[in-house]
Design a protein around this ligand. Structure first.
Ligand code: SF4
Length: 284
């Protein structure tokens, strides 16, 4: 049995940067509060907790005068205002690509566009993007949402960084005949696109795909969805401990990938464990 690891998999630039900032902050200040889990990966969050990074549900849960971190997903302006008012020192790990989406959305809103954010309604990134438009923007999770939406004359679209390009294309195609003027900022992050393309390339040749990463990670879930849609049996797992050896019965090629919040060592651990299973099957 051959194990193929996707060419682009695991930590992206924004997550590496956030972790680096968190490590520096805890080394300098001891206890630091992250406003929401720093990344959508339990294992990394637990490891960082041992270094002093505590998770606060929101800025209201951070004690006055403490040191707090904004994660790569970003936060709305009200978080920055409250931190300032309560003497909280903020370390901002918002990914620069997310900042760009916030700025595009805020700019469109200021120019009087009805702003639509293609994204997941409950995900912190699109919610923060909406907050940067003063609450004016609307999150659209799928083109079907347009059926119940009053589409205005001047419409602008931005996207959560982890969306699939095809979703954005479909949304834009639906909007074109309905909006008088349509502006689109393709704010899908390159790291996301690269991981999706690499996953497709592997899923095309593999009999089975293992996608490693947090169950709450939007981009990891999307990778699993894409592999599944390719018609390849796919398992989304967080760690190698979840692997069942019988998954690999009669399988010749296994593809392994991981989302932007998955540590490369977790992907390697999974690949290594599958190789051990392959070896045991051969010997048995
Ligand atoms: S996926 Fe892209 S936008 Fe999101 S944190 Fe990583 S580099 Fe930044």
């Amino acid at each position: 049995m051959e194990v193929i690891i996707a060419e682009e998999a695991g930590f992206c630039f924004g997550v590496r940067r956030a972790l680096q900032l968190a490590q520096e902050a805890t080394a300098q200040h001891g206890t630091v509060f992250s406003v929401g889990p720093l990344i959508h990966n339990h294992q990394v969050v637990q490891r960082m907790a041992q270094a002093g990074l505590q998770v606060a549900e929101d800025i209201a849960a951070v004690p006055d005068g403490a040191v707090a971190m904004i994660r790569a997903h970003g936060a709305g302006p009200e978080t920055y205002q409250e931190a300032k008012a309560r003497g909280i020192q903020l370390i901002d790990a918002t990914c620069p690509f997310v900042t760009r989406v916030q700025q595009e959305a805020a700019g469109f809103a200021a120019e009087g566009y009805q702003v639509l954010v293609l994204g997941e309604p409950d995900h912190p990134e699109p919610r923060a993007i909406v907050a940067h438009t003063g609450g004016q923007a609307t999150i659209v999770s799928a083109p079907d949402d347009l059926e119940t939406l009053d589409v205005g004359d001047k419409v602008a679209v931005v996207s959560q960084t982890t969306q699939r390009l095809t979703n954005l294309q479909v949304l834009v195609a639906e909007l074109l005949p309905r909006a008088g003027e349509l502006r689109v900022a393709n704010t899908i992050c390159e790291a996301t696109t690269q991981r999706q393309q690499a996953a497709v390339a592997v899923a095309r040749q593999a009999d089975l795909m293992i996608v490693v990463g947090g169950y709450h990670s939007a981009n990891t879930r999307r990778l699993a969805e894409i592999c599944q849609q390719m018609g390849t049996t796919t398992y989304h797992i967080e760690t190698a401990a979840e692997i069942e050896p019988e998954w690999f019965r009669g399988i010749a090629q296994v593809g392994v990938t991981g989302g932007a919040s998955t540590p490369p060592e977790a992907i390697e651990a999974v690949a290594g464990y599958i190789r051990q299973i392959a070896k045991a099957n051969q010997e048995g």
